[in-house]
Design a protein around this ligand. Sequence first.
Ligand code: HEM
Length: 417
Amino acid sequence: MSVPALSIPDSTVGFLRDGYAFISSRCDRLGTDAFRTRIAGRPVICMRGAEAARLFYDGNRFTRAGALPPNTVRLLQDRGSVQTLDGEAHRHRKAMFMSLMTVDSLDWLVEIFEQTWHSYEGLWRQFGRIVLHHQIRKVLTKTACEWAGIPLQEPEVTERAREFSMMIDQAGSFGPANWYALLKRRGTEKWARSVVDGVRDGTVRPPEGSALATIADYRDEDGGLLSADAATVELLNVLRPIVAVARFIVFAAVALEQHAGWKERFASGEQVNLEPFAQEVRRYFPYFPAVGGTATEGFSFGGSRFEAGTWVLLDLYGTNHHSGIRENPETFSPERFHDWDNNPYTLVPQGAGIVDESHRCPGERITVELIKKATQLLSTTDFTVPAQDLTFSLDRIPAVPNSGFVLQAPGYRKSST
Ligand code: HEM
């Protein structure tokens, strides 16, 4: 058997319409894990599953150059970032990111997050009702900046949170909303650039080992300092994705609400299931639908041979929901992670493979730890969850529940707002 082609000439409309389900629904129909089609007129191989994840992430066979829409790249990782590098330059830069992820450093991040959450709680009580998705992005913005060595005061927190949120929300969009987000990004870049310049001219002194100090002082494999532009981009590549964890936290809140028993267990102090719960949130709920790469060498998959230059989309959401990988993938079940073998190719919301050697996300531990702490805080808060629309659509990328998750302070009266 070889990789089949879809019968229609171009799948752009189908991709936009079906969003997260685009690749999987077609693979299911064809009874395969890969198919050929065209998107925006360009031939592409869409694939899913553990074998596809291994092919895509191991051995540096796929570059990200020319493999993602330029405006998405500009809003997320951007030009000159670690994601755009390959080979030794990538490995060296990636080691810088990984040096920020020590246990002590992550403990410190989670501590700042918890303190910041509590410092906002008083305000949330005054508001009476809050939309968690909006508020948690402020908490995460303040947390990320403080942890990185750039303490922020209000109203700057609100301003930066708005900018980071726009980059995340509009990464999957086209047209005016995307252009506006790009325009706003310039302001964020100006701010981040002034911070990097400040470290380099000695007027800003971030704590040793902080993300800001590490990035500003980083020397690449040739021994040269990063250009100010590249350092700015990488600083934003630490800050923005920490704010992006907001969506997973909102989905954790949805899971606590919709799957009876977990909230009570965590409220009573149970700790052992926090990690499986956070992993299941990352597996079950949608975030990045797929990741694109261009083959740097010929490769074989599904009984077919492909040439260097082939464009491939690896289905992250569909791999997490693959019925060949796990039973009942459409059921939310943290228990499935009790005896998980840590296979690096079967849970792939943030990429697959060996993190130091591939483009797999360096921020997975940050993500899991923040979801765990937020799950604890959401389970023990005295805020309640009023009736609201918690549904989300798989054709909106990135997805989020329609209500944004409303929380209500004790004693809240509608007339008080
Ligand atoms: C909401 C949580 C997150 C999601 C869904 C996510 C998703 C991803 C994915 C899918 C990739 C792989 C892209 C590829 O293969 O080309 C990636 C890479 C990356 N992520 Fe994350 N991420 C998250 C959180 C974070 C955090 C907290 C950080 C902060 C350090 C971070 C920094 C990065 C960087 C720098 C890369 C590029 C790595 C490389 O090219 O080697 N991400 N992320």
